[in-house]
Design a protein around this ligand. Structure first.
Ligand SMILES: [Zn+2]
Length: 300
């Protein structure tokens, strides 16, 4: 059933209204796959305007095969970057496995991404191997916490937060450290908070804390992912980052076969007034962060 929002409400809540309309349009497609809808029209419009319509955060997970992903890409008009999780205690944790993953995608119409995991990843792979990926991204969802423990923030029994403000300061320091020191192209799953803090996102992510991250991203030329699955970051962060000259990517970070159609990202383009010039694309060989960024001694 079509839902009409009053013009006054659209003015008051442009972001919410756009997201709502795109979500409704998305739900409608499942029933009527052949009928063009608002999401399809928006993807076509942005492509025409020169936006690179790429989802750089797709995993072959939950049984999703490359051929299925490519069929989806042809249907949706969205290109994919297929990424492997690479790091300590992950199936891909050395050059040999990483090179095998690259070989499995070579020659197919996708970008090949490395999702670097944990903070020790620069020591696990050679520069030459990392440079064979089209791009590298990481997030700050695995940190070394106040006890000195390696904590995955999405795993509840690994997370210990006796003091919220101290945790936020540690998280900001970790993110800024990643942006300053790790040779990455994109900061993914940005501003993610553990579940126990998620409801206080707006209070905990103060303008000062967001500003430190934006400043470090701008200074280091690291792009920021707009995450479709997490619906992060929020518009205030994106607008402030755009002003600072930071570039953006779209990313789904699927945990199953459902890739969606970047609905939150499309909404953020409108809400934050993004243009094609605000979007990031992979760097040519010789200009990748792994090839030009100087690493700190302890990471070599
Ligand atoms: Zn991922």
């Amino acid at each position: 059933m079509p839902v009409r929002l009053k013009p006054a409400m659209m003015r008051l809540l442009p972001g919410v209204a756009t997201i709502l309309l795109l979500s409704l349009a998305s739900a409608a497609t499942a029933d009527q796959p052949s009928k063009p809808d608002a999401v399809e029209a928006e993807i076509a419009r942005l492509k025409k305007a020169g936006f690179p319509m790429v989802d750089f955060h797709v995993h072959l997970k939950g049984g999703l095969t490359l051929d299925e992903a490519l069929a989806m890409s042809r249907r949706t008009g969205i290109r994919y970057g297929i990424a492997a999780n690479c790091g300590l205690k992950f199936p891909i944790h050395d050059d040999r496995d990483a090179l095998q993953f690259i070989r499995s995608l070579k020659g197919r119409p996708v970008y090949i991404g490395m999702q670097a995991e944990g903070r020790e990843w620069p020591r696990l792979f050679s520069k030459e191997t990392v440079a064979k990926f089209d791009y590298v991204f990481t997030d700050a969802m695995t940190i070394v916490d106040h006890r000195g423990h390696r904590a995955r923030l999405w795993v509840e029994n690994e997370v210990d937060i006796p003091d919220k403000q101290a945790f936020m300061e540690l998280l900001v320091r970790t993110i800024v450290g990643i942006l300053n020191n790790e040779p990455i192209d994109i900061y993914a799953n940005p501003t993610y908070l553990p579940r126990m803090l998620a409801a206080q996102y707006d209070q905990l992510w103060t303008p000062d804390r967001l500003g430190k991250i934006i400043h470090a991203a701008a200074r280091n030329g690291v792009a920021i992912e707009i995450s479709n699955s997490l619906r992060l970051p929020k518009p205030a962060f994106i607008k402030q980052a755009k002003k600072a000259g930071v570039k953006f990517t779209f990313g789904t970070n699927n945990s199953n076969r459902n890739l969606g159609r970047l609905e939150y990202c499309l909404a953020m383009v409108q809400v934050c007034g993004l243009t094609p010039e605000d979007m990031w694309m992979p760097k040519p060989d010789g200009q990748k962060p792994i090839q030009i960024k100087r690493l700190r001694k302890d990471q070599q």
